[in-house]
Structures are given as C-alpha cells and as structure tokens.
Design a protein around this ligand. Structure first.
Ligand SMILES: Cc1ncc(COP(=O)(O)O)c(C=O)c1O
Length: 433
C-alpha cells in the first residue's frame, strides 16, 4: 500500500515523525544500500563510514546474511520464545560461546542494545541482592529508563526525565587526552581510581554495589580507548568486593576493535555483557550474556520479551558468524584499521584542529579542537567537516559530549581502495575549511 511518493513524504517528515529524533544527522533518504555504499533518493552514491552506527559490520545486504534471513522468512518469521522454540536460536547459543570472551556462555536474547543493558542491570541486581550500580561519566547505554539512568554523555539525553532509576553513581572514565592530572595513561588510570574510591568512601560502600557497568571503549563518548590497566583495576576491584563487572559492548562488539570483542582486544574478562548492533548485521537482535553459573540463578518468569530472539534475526546472526569465519573479517578489520589510522595521522600533521586521532580496529575517531593550546572542543568545526565530507560523498558520524568528535565506522569488509577514497575525501573536505 502506497500513499504518496517518497519525495512528497520526505517534505513532511517532521510532521509525521517524532521530533525527538530531529537532531540526528544527516537523515539521508536511502533507496538502496550494498556493501559500503548507500544510494539516495536524489540519485547520489555515498561511502557509508557509519555502518548504521556500528551495525552493518559486514556491509549492507551481505549476500550470505540476506539469504539466510530470506530462507528463514519462508519458514516462519516470529516466535514468542516461551511458546515456540526454533532452531536458529538454539544453534546461535551453540555457536556464540566460541567467539565470546571466556565463560560467556548463556544468553538472554532481546531486540536492542538498550534492552540488553536493561537485562544486564536487572540480572546483576537479581543475582547479587544488592541495590547499587556504578557507571562512568561520558558513558552511553541507551534510551530506556534504566539505560538512560546510567548514561551521562549529554545532559540533554536526560533532561525532563527525572527521577531516574535510583542507586546509580558515576565515576570518572580513564581518558588520557582529557585528564586533569596530566596526559599520560598512568595519570588517567590514577584519576579514575581516585574517583572510584571517592564513590566508595562517600556515596555507597562496595558491599552495596551490585555491578560496575562500563563500555570498554566509550562509543558515543567519543571512541575513547582507556589504558588496559583501567579495566584491569575494575576487574580487581570487582573481585575484591564481590561486585559484578558488566561490559556494554553494544558498539564495540562483533569485530569493531579488531577482535570479536573489546574485552579480548584489551584482555579483561567481564561477568555480564550487553551486546547488540553488529550481532545480526542489521536485523534487530541484542543479548544479555553471562556465565551459565551466574545466569542459571535468574529464575523462570523473572525476565522476558515478546520479540526477542526473533527467528529471522537469529538466522542472520548465525550467517554473520559464518561470514566472520569464512571471510577473514577480523584480519581485514585490523589491516584496514591500520591503513585508515595512519592516513588520519597524516592528516593530523596538516591540520592543527585535529587534536587527537584514536581508536582500535575500525572504531576510529578524530577529536576536533580549537588550536588555542587548551584543547577547547570545536563542535562547530566537527560539524563543518562532517558536512563537507557528505558533500563529497562520504558519510561519517559525530560523537563526544561536546559533539566535537568525528567517528569513522566503516564496514569491517571495507577494501583498500575504499579506505583510500575516504581518506582522499577527508583531505579535500578539510582542505576546503
Ligand atoms: C554502548 C551502547 N550501549 C547501548 C546502546 C543502545 O542501543 P540501542 O540503540 O540498540 O538501544 C548504544 C547505542 O548506540 C551504545 O552505543
């Protein structure tokens, strides 16, 4: 059933869609997408270096994933897991443990990243019997109530939603680029340790804390890679006080950082994980994951969902794992990540507004600053860069609490030529500013 032409509908998009989304950028009117390319209603072709915010990690419409989804759709496309079990779901529970961080072998499947985070927080309170959570400044965990309650990247995400879920305290993330103590990794680790000690001394004793929730690499916060010691300290603190360590790998997961998960790239083991986005390359699926020992204590009826573990999404997720296995995706990610980051570093030599180039694998970003010697964030310049890139056919995305970070999230299957083309566009776009 069609009502009006696509063009006519685009003209009234703000009449029909909730404006809460309106600031999202750039709202390209897509007609088709394949691999790294997006095609729009006005006949343009773009290099998509967003992957739909870290979702289509194997490129748009990967044929193997598409085919698996179509084959499942021909059989059936919905099952409420309490009523109808299905093979893709059960196969997925067999396949995923071999690629997850050690011991992550039991799954609750939901639909989104926020739902995976909700599940992780509920599980932690349920099994620990403790009320408190510690999250980190600059973190982003989603838009549902518990998820927004542990989010602190931007106050506008929280405005008018109080009161939040109680029992949540914030500590400092280790960010060597913006640390009041100094700019070494050791300074950043020390700063975060002090702030965690402060929370324990003055706000909530460790014995009342159910879990510490952290993105091993902050996503919306600006692709901040902490020193591995930051995560090692969290692990040690959790072990010392019987606190559960939750990794939100919704954005960093499924190959983004060069290993399947950032937990593996940075060498620290969580107790609970929230994963989503890249899990099914575009089909809505997320999971709360823990060890069998821990998750078995979550008694029947204490958590559930209607759409979670959808058969089509699970079939796609299985196919995603086959592609990772058969197409050297992680190796390509590491190789192309090196190529892209060295090109970005070369650009940094030419432009004093690029304060830092950072990231892991193909989770890369440029922090844009005013060249005033004070690292003053320059969100306006970042926006101009993104717009210039767009004019030249390259889609990137913004990040950071001050909107001054340009993130580049190409598919992990991106080719050398496509990386070089993107670097060429970045060079031209920045040259014009
Ligand atoms: C780290 C992290 N956690 C949770 C979420 C929320 O995921 P969703 O938008 O699928 O609910 C996001 C989304 O960007 C994210 O980056």
């Amino acid at each position: 059933m069609k009502t009006k032409s696509y063009k006519a509908l685009l003209e009234k998009v703000y009449d029909n869609l909730a404006p809460s989304f309106a600031e999202d950028w750039p709202k390209l009117a897509a007609t088709r997408a394949e691999g790294v390319y997006l095609y729009t209603q006005d006949g343009r072709e773009y290099l998509d270096f967003t992957s739909g915010i870290g979702v289509t990690n194997l490129g748009h419409n990967h044929p193997h994933v598409l085919n698996a989804a179509i084959e499942q759709m021909k059989k059936f496309s919905h099952s409420a897991v309490g009523i109808t079990l299905h093979e893709p779901l059960l196969q997925l529970t067999e396949v995923l443990p071999s690629v997850m961080p050690e011991g992550m072998n039991m799954f609750f499947f939901g639909n989104s990243g926020s739902e995976a985070v909700e599940g992780a927080l509920k599980l932690a309170r349920y099994v620990s019997g403790r009320p408190g959570f510690i999250a980190f400044r600059g973190g982003f965990h989603g838009r549902t109530y518990a998820a927004i309650s542990v989010t602190s990247v931007k106050s506008k995400y929280r405005l008018h939603y109080e009161p939040f879920v109680p029992g949540i305290y914030f500590a400092e993330f280790a960010n060597p680029y913006r640390c009041p103590l100094g700019d070494t990794a050791a300074d950043a680790v020390e700063w975060s340790q002090r702030s965690l000690a402060n929370v324990f001394d003055h706000m909530i004793p460790p014995s009342e804390v159910a879990a510490i929730l952290v993105e091993p690499v902050q996503g919306e916060g600006g692709y901040i890679v902490p020193p591995a010691e930051f995560l090692e300290n969290l692990r040690a603190t959790c072990d010392a006080h019987g606190i559960l360590l939750i990794f939100d790998e919704v954005q960093s997961g499924f190959g983004r950082t060069g290993q399947m998960f950032a937990a593996q790239t940075l060498g620290v083991r969580p107790d609970i994980m929230a994963v989503a986005k890249g899990i099914a390359n575009g089909f809505p699926l997320g999971a709360t994951v823990a060890s069998r020992e821990l998750m078995s204590a979550w008694k029947a009826g204490s958590h559930g969902t209607t759409f979670g573990g959808n058969p089509v999404a699970c079939a796609a997720a299985l196919a995603v794992q086959e592609v990772f296995r058969d197409e050297n995706v992680l190796e390509n990610c590491r190789k192309m990540g090196k190529r892209l980051i060295s090109g970005l570093r070369a650009l940094q030599q030419k432009h004093d507004f690029i304060g830092e180039v950072r990231g892991l694998g193909l989770m890369l970003a440029l922090e844009i600053i005013k060249p005033d010697g004070k690292k003053t964030p320059d969100g306006q310049k970042a926006f101009k860069i993104l717009n210039a890139m767009l004019d030249n056919g390259l889609v990137g995305y913004m990040a950071g609490p001050m909107g001054n970070v340009v993130r580049l999230i190409p598919p992990l299957t991106v080719s050398e030529q496509q990386i070089d083309k993107a670097l060429e566009i970045l060079e031209v776009s920045m040259g014009k500013l």
